[in-house]
Design a protein around this ligand. Structure first.
Ligand SMILES: [Mn+2]
Length: 259
């Protein structure tokens, strides 16, 4: 066993071991209704997803865009989790929501825009649930690792890093997925790293190849946006996979031994 494998952090989320073998986290960008999240959770579970994603508090670029269902959304997520057995990942925006979210969420996601919100990171360092830390789209790998240290230093060892695309001069996709980050991080940190091809691509046709590339480069998992009716989604519809596309992706990932 080489050093990197031996020292790797394995994060147990209700029996799902992140860092041991690749995991698939899937679900809508936002929780929109009880029916929507339940329907999606059951579908992604049937395709072999390991965890459910869904936003209740949404950090939208425009203050006039849908801001999420809040606590109601967390309740729907919890219900979907209980019905399917899938652990839940959801984004935290505000320190004041930590206590309430502890009741509903299995993994706290910190979005790219909050990667350097150090007071939030420090508070998440004091809880006993894992944190999925997304790389800021204008941040270096070193800055990402320093942000992770803010959480680790407070006593929470369970940090999952997430590459979700960085801003470059290229504008044919929403962001540029930094595939380099995966092997680079594998060399310098023991923390698991997952890839978010949905937010990097911004366009659903680009998501499956990026998901495959991320896993082939050694990522410990992927987080994918899936929606029962992406054209009517309240957020990130253009990059959300249809059920059919997600099913096909999962089939391909298995065929190629990527999961
Ligand atoms: Mn989204």
């Amino acid at each position: 066993m080489d050093k990197s494998t031996k020292d790797k952090t394995i994060i147990d989320v209700k029996g799902i071991k992140i860092g041991l073998k690749p995991v698939v986290i899937a679900g809508p960008c936002s929780v929109e209704s009880e029916e929507q999240i339940l329907h999606t959770a059951k579908f992604v579970k049937s395709c072999g997803a390991h965890m459910l994603r869904g936003g209740a508090f949404k950090p939208r670029t425009s203050p006039y865009s849908f801001q999420g269902l809040g606590i109601k959304g967390l309740e729907f997520l919890k219900k979907a989790s209980e019905e399917t057995g899938l652990p839940v990942v959801s984004e935290i925006l505000d320190i004041r929501d930590i206590q309430i979210m502890l009741r509903y969420v299995d993994v706290f996601q910190v979005g790219a825009r909050n990667m350097q919100n150090f007071p939030l990171l420090k508070e998440l360092g004091k809880i006993d649930k894992p944190v999925l830390l997304k790389r800021g789209f204008g941040c270096t790998i070193d800055e990402l690792l320093n942000a992770a240290e803010y959480i680790l230093n407070e006593g929470n060892p369970n940090v999952i890093l997430c590459e979700r695309g960085i801003r470059t001069f290229e504008n044919s996709t929403r962001f540029t997925l930094d595939i380099n980050a995966i092997p680079v991080l594998k060399e310098i940190t023991h923390l698991p790293i997952i890839v978010d091809p949905s937010h990097a691509a911004g366009k659903r046709s680009i998501v499956p190849p990026l998901a495959k590339a991320g896993l082939a480069a050694g990522a410990d998992g992927i987080i994918i946006e899936v929606h029962p009716n992406p054209d009517n989604a309240l957020s990130d519809g253009p990059q959300s996979l249809t059920f059919e596309q997600f099913e096909e992706l999962m089939r391909d990932l298995r065929k190629w031994n990527l999961i």
